[in-house]
Design a protein around this ligand. Structure first.
Ligand code: C2E
Ligand code: CA
Ligand code: CA
Ligand code: CA
Length: 277
């Protein structure tokens, strides 16, 4: 609470120290969590807009904390990014998702698995080599792997950034632009990027089709994507009205609670088996 006058520097300082200490403890706990395998991936289906057939899923990380229970990314991704732990965490996520994908490929499942890559991780010098190592170690078919990059990773598409994206494409990996519409991207750079799809952020899907601004943003995104030869995944689809509206306006892929929440691997396999028989 910002109550003018009372919040002097001295009043605030002890509290700031507590926060700093808490962050340090969280950081150390997270470092141990990665080593002790306390992280888990949940998988959320992505389905075709026209007939809801399952195309693949997005891997989303959780932290199964021994005392605090299941922690959500909002509770630890920030600390992971500030401390640099996101590089190790991101590598664990990519490797785990690829192992899972390889197992599904071996079982004859035709799925694309999408993995979130933080901007820091993408820009890290060892990123490309770690992707290559993981592909080699897991034996996964890279054409069924999609990396979700955020606008901040690509904000300045320097030659290095473009070259790195092209290297990933050359391996067969697909690239998606996550949280589209929330960043500062100038639209003109989009056409230079080797990405196949945009993910329309949940914040623009939530109030469709009642909110006029959200309608405008969704339609503009869909028309831009069409012109650039990309497709669009809508995030956070929770009801049939949103689904119908988005499908009618050319959105190809749906993701959201309407279809399923993110599920642990075994529950996701059961969900899939029930749908596909
Ligand atoms: P995101 O990449 O935009 O992921 C979509 C988020 O929306 C997920 O939250 C998902 O559970 C949630 N969601 C999906 N459908 C619905 C819906 O219909 N309604 C509502 N209200 N929410 C829905 P989650 O799993 O809590 O992840 C939050 C964010 O944390 C992700 O946003 C992503 O930015 C980050 N994150 C998650 N896993 C990873 C990871 O492995 N690596 C990195 N770098 N970031 C991750
Ligand atoms: Ca994502
Ligand atoms: Ca989002
Ligand atoms: Ca609005």
């Amino acid at each position: 609470a910002k109550d003018q006058g009372r919040n002097t520097y001295h009043y605030f300082k002890p509290e700031m120290d507590v926060h700093a200490l808490e962050r340090l403890m969280l950081e150390n706990a997270l470092r141990r969590a990665i080593e002790r395998n306390e992280l888990v991936l949940h998988y959320q289906p992505q389905v075709a807009a026209d007939d809801a057939r399952v195309l693949g899923c997005e891997a989303l990380v959780r932290w199964q904390h021994p005392e605090l229970g299941m922690l959500q990314p909002v509770q630890f991704i920030g600390v992971a990014e500030e401390s640099g732990l996101i590089v190790a965490l991101g590598e664990w996520v990519l490797e785990t998702a690829c192992r899972q994908l390889a197992a599904w490929q071996a079982a004859g499942r035709e799925l694309v698995v999408a993995v979130n890559i933080s901007a820091l991780q993408f820009r890290h010098g060892g990123f490309f080599d770690s992707v290559r190592r993981i592909l080699r170690d897991t034996g996964v078919d890279p054409r069924h792997l999609e990396l979700e990059l955020t606008e901040s990773a690509l904000m300045q598409p320097t030659p290095e950034v473009l070259a790195r994206m092209q290297q990933l494409r050359d391996l067969g990996i697909m690239l998606a632009l996550d949280d589209f519409g929330t960043g500062y991207s100038s639209l003109s750079y989009l056409k230079r990027l080797p990405i196949r799809r945009l993910k329309l952020d949940r914040s623009f899907v939530k109030d469709l089709p009642d909110d006029a601004e959200d309608v405008a943003i969704a339609m503009a995104t869909l028309s831009l994507a069409r012109d650039l030869g990309m497709d669009v995944v809508a995030e956070g689809v929770e009801n049939e009205v949103q689904w119908r509206f988005l499908a009618q306006h050319g959105c190809q892929v749906m993701q959201g609670y309407l279809f399923s929440r993110p599920l642990p691997a075994d529950a996701w396999e059961r969900w899939l088996a029930e749908r596909q028989g």
